[in-house]
Design a binder for this molecule. Structure first.
Ligand code: ADE
Length: 239
């Protein structure tokens, strides 16, 4: 997969080269390129924003800068992702859709966002997803882009050491993941649940499912349907 990110703070994206993502880059599974939006400005101030039509607070990012930038960076067969609190929710399902793409381009806005015509223009020739990582407002799209990129890239075959680990994630079966334990068996007066020590794999699977359901009921009842089971059907593993 190829990922391009455009930002006025390219160094904000440095974490993309660390840990598992860095290893995926080293192994040729992933190519990441980060671009400074100001490279597409032509004025002495390298201005990327202007005051909004219609008035109001804040600044809007200029179409005359973003347009030529995306002409260069975002070909018609890529998916343009625009992180914005006004986007559709970014969920595990969206991550699973995006992991099948060969090229993603992230356009990180700051201020009050990017002139809408930039998105509308790319949508005339390609695919655009305006996505929000949650019901809160960040200062810019960079942190949201990193969150989305991590969750997409870890689903690509070969990125995680053990493919089963993402098939057991919270959300992959529509439920939250239950608790996990490792050695020692007793620690600060707290013990590992005995069922995990017994080696009865059917009992362990049953117990884990009950824990998932109980946790989901307590923390995220919105994920359950009227019958108390996961509202979201699991997606089959990729071929
Ligand atoms: N930019 C600012 N806030 C955001 C959010 N919640 N999700 C995605 N992009 C954002």
């Amino acid at each position: 997969m190829r990922i391009d990110v455009v930002s006025i703070f390219p160094e904000y994206l440095d974490p993309l080269r660390m840990a598992l993502l860095g290893r995926a880059i080293d192994r040729g599974i992933l190519a990441v390129d980060v671009h400074d939006l100001r490279d597409w400005t032509h004025d002495v101030h390298r201005a990327v924003d202007d005051s909004p039509y219609g008035g109001g607070p804040g600044m809007v990012m200029k179409p005359q800068v973003w347009g030529p930038c995306l002409d260069d960076v975002c070909p018609d067969d890529a998916v343009l992702v625009v992180p914005t609190p006004a986007g559709e929710p970014f969920t595990q399902r969206v991550a699973e859709e995006l992991r099948n793409e060969s090229h993603l381009v992230f356009a990180c806005g700051r201020y009050e966002g990017i002139d809408q015509r930039v998105v509308d223009d790319v949508a005339r020739r390609g695919r655009v997803r305006e996505l929000s990582i949650g019901d809160y407002v960040l200062i810019g799209g960079e942190v949201a882009a990193i969150a989305m990129i991590e969750s997409v890239v870890r689903l690509i075959d070969g990125v995680l050491g053990n493919a089963a680990s993402h098939q057991q994630d919270s959300f992959s079966d529509g439920l939250l993941e239950g608790p996990s334990y490792t050695r020692p068996e007793h620690w600060r007066g707290l013990s590992v649940p005995p069922v995990l020590l017994g080696g009865d794999h059917a009992a362990i699977t049953r117990w884990r499912h009950e824990q998932s359901l109980a946790r989901t009921r307590a923390r995220r009842p919105d994920l359950l349907d009227e019958t108390g089971t996961a509202a979201r059907r699991p997606t089959p593993p990729s071929s």
